[in-house]
Design a protein around this ligand. Sequence first.
Ligand code: ADP
Length: 404
Amino acid sequence: MPKAILTLNAGSSSIKFSLYELGSGVQRLISHGQIEGIGEAPRFLARAPDGAVLESYAWPHHAASHEEFLQRLLAWVTSHLGDEALVAVGHRVVHGGALFHRPVRIDQDVLGALEKLVPLAPLHQPHNLAAIKALSRLRPGLLQVACFDTAFHRDMPAVAERLPLPRLYTDAGMRRYGFHGISYEYLAGRLRVLAPTLAKGRVIMAHLGNGASLCAMWDGQSIDTTMSFTALDGLMMGTRCGSIDAGVVLYLQEAYGLDAAAVGHMLYHDCGLLGVSGVSNDMRALLESEDPRAREAIDLFVYRIVKEIGALTSALGGLDALVFSAGIGEHAASIRSEICDALTWLGVECDEVANDRHETLISSTRSAVRVLVVATDEEAMIAEHTAQLMRDISPPPTVNPSFA
Ligand code: ADP
């Protein structure tokens, strides 16, 4: 019977999952899906790799717990693959802090360390950990692996990591960590396959989804990135503000009497595309909207990306390739086109036909910088790490030389 790995990306309103057949090389996707509408009308949906619906279930009540959701998922895995098939679960964990540089097997000590990082990633970390805890209650012996969004950036140069704060704070671990690392690691691997020479050069990857960031890579290594101590920094996002004058935070407290929690809630949930447009945090909705504030929000989104690309190009000392990825990067041709137009000074020239067709290479033959669209797949990366960790902790039995 085939063995399987489950990957989980547990968020506030959904738990996304993928199921892979454990193999010796690349893991084969068996199914993917999600539990969506958590807190409102929760629904379980499992699909085959081609998108066909394999199972759908709606909970009769809105307040089902993480444990109930995951119980349903495990029951479905068992009914689909048999009792013994599931051998490990790989989790996306947003923050690994200074401690975790690579994927790790989860035990009580690891869980304790990850709990301490909740205040640094309040939008994601509590949900990531809730899924881990629920699973360890449901399947106490099951191997669980944490893969971190911060880990890919752990070898950034010291100067890119340092925050200009007094040593008291930086010595205590306040530094620029960076996020979206699972996606960037996957994209770096894809670029090595698609364009090996470019992958060795100076590349900016743009992960533009609800959360958005840029990563400057040299030879596939992160040398700087726009998110930093928390996932609030850098680009303007769906509901997050991105980089903002620290004085604004002080002023909101002093002039508006907001406490730290209220300011935090606003900066994470009410800013970005949603805050500026007053219409939506969703790029598709903004592109379709006739409200002039939607256009203002898009203009600001693009402007800040272009500005940060300029900064990261300086950090790299030039630019060989720009890679677009994630929901907006992969699907919003008009946003890619606006960004490329604003980078003409860098020698970027977009091939509009290729861009409208969402082809992999969207720069013209004259462009000094290659521009690519590459789909990210964080789940595949998590599955690969989980399989690798399984191999590391249980190496194949060695053959007794006398019988060889
Ligand atoms: P998350 O960070 O939640 O994983 P995604 O990577 O799925 O986000 O990206 C979500 C964003 O991508 C949304 O703003 C959505 O509107 C945008 N998006 C998805 N498809 C399209 C499209 N065809 N055109 C424009 N924007 C799109």
